[in-house]
Design a protein around this ligand. Structure first.
Ligand code: AHG
Ligand code: MN
Ligand code: MN
Length: 333
């Protein structure tokens, strides 16, 4: 019987580093193992959320002014702990923290900046619907003057990302990531606690037959978006589209990555700049989409080209197959 080779994420990273960065120090894979450890801890709590009185809200509000769910706080703590002790993380920035956290001021050790959304889709926790963790890894650029503010090290365009990925806590726990050499998927085998490769080089279909948007907002979308959605529904795009919306970006994107189509969170009356955050939602998702042959725009240009100006800034996000994005630009640009 052919034994399916048991390729763990560590082994995959080692082989990828040897193939693409022969001189690599192994620092990056050590960093990523900090993230995978944190997601195993988070996943374990997500799986037992109903049992350990972790449901419901803490009553606090985060910098977004949103009710903080207990699992958001737990997930944030898990990432801060696992990454903070890696020794090569310079700065961490989280959706749950107003300011970036400087772990290592001197520029000898701290090589990486990690930005993350510790728990994405938190409104879905109490109803047992998929949630996720999203991360983005940047290099801390050398600074001859030694005067650069930590925030300037964080606010880099998405094109500068070294790696990006997410974990979706769904019917299985899956980690999907890229370092710029394609998109790979790993499924957690709970019996051994290891992420095992399950999707070699994920590529997004050139056109799909699903669109994913919160229809409740559609009356307040800018005109071009409303005509675009009507176009998809009319069959004039050569496909009969159906609609899927989970309300967790990670889950809605994961489906779009595998099946194609489009996910969009356009500007709305309540969120004129869009609701999703550039640094730890749109940028990592956009890097993955491009690496899988798809595209991610803000309605005008590519998400990855945007120069961030604030840690929690929001952006419209339209991400998916080339065909659906090309059509969107005809209606919106
Ligand atoms: P988070 O839970 O990290 O705040 O993210 C929630 C986001 C994203 O996951 C999802 O796509 C979007 O909120 C859903 O927003 P609506 O409920 O307004 O559709
Ligand atoms: Mn989120
Ligand atoms: Mn979140």
């Amino acid at each position: 019987m052919q034994h399916q080779q048991l390729v763990t994420i560590q082994q995959h990273l080692y082989e990828e580093q040897r193939r693409n960065y022969p001189q690599a120090s192994g620092e990056f894979s050590w960093l990523l193992s900090g993230i995978t450890l944190a997601t195993k801890i988070i996943g374990d709590r997500v799986r037992r959320a109903g049992l350990t009185d972790i449901l419901g809200v803490t009553g606090d509000q985060n910098v977004q002014g949103e009710l903080v769910q207990k699992l958001d706080v737990f997930a944030n703590q898990a990432l801060l702990h696992c990454l903070g002790s890696r020794g090569n993380v310079a700065i961490m920035a989280s959706e749950e923290g107003e300011h970036a956290i400087v772990v290592d001021r001197d520029r000898k050790h701290g090589k990486y900046v990690v930005v993350f959304d510790p728990l994405d889709g938190s409104s879905n926790i109490d109803v047992n619907v998929n949630v996720g963790t999203i991360f983005s890894i940047l290099r801390r650029e050398p600074d001859a003057t030694g005067t650069r503010e930590p925030l300037a090290d964080v606010l880099q365009p998405g094109r500068k990302q070294l790696a990006a990925g997410y974990v979706v806590y769904g019917s299985s726990t899956m980690l999907v990531y890229t370092t710029g050499h394609g998109v790979y998927g790993f499924t957690l085998d709970p019996s051994i606690g290891a992420y095992i490769i399950s999707h070699e080089r994920i590529t997004m279909p050139k056109q799909g037959s699903l669109y994913s948007v919160n229809e409740a907002n559609s009356d307040t979308f800018p005109e071009g978006y409303r005509r675009y959605l009507a176009h998809l529904r009319s069959g004039e795009a050569g496909k009969t589209y159906s609609s899927r919306y989970i309300g967790s970006l990670v889950a809605d994107f994961h489906r779009t990555l595998l099946k194609g189509g489009v996910f969009l969170y356009p500007p709305t009356i309540h969120y004129p700049q869009g609701k999703l955050r550039l640094m730890y939602e749109a940028n990592p998702i956009a890097f993955l989409a491009e690496q899988a042959g798809g595209r991610a725009i803000d309605g005008q240009g590519d998400i990855l080209d945007l120069q961030p100006t604030a840690l929690h800034q929001r952006t419209p996000l339209i991400v998916g197959s080339q065909k659906e994005i090309e059509m969107l630009l005809q209606f919106v640009r």
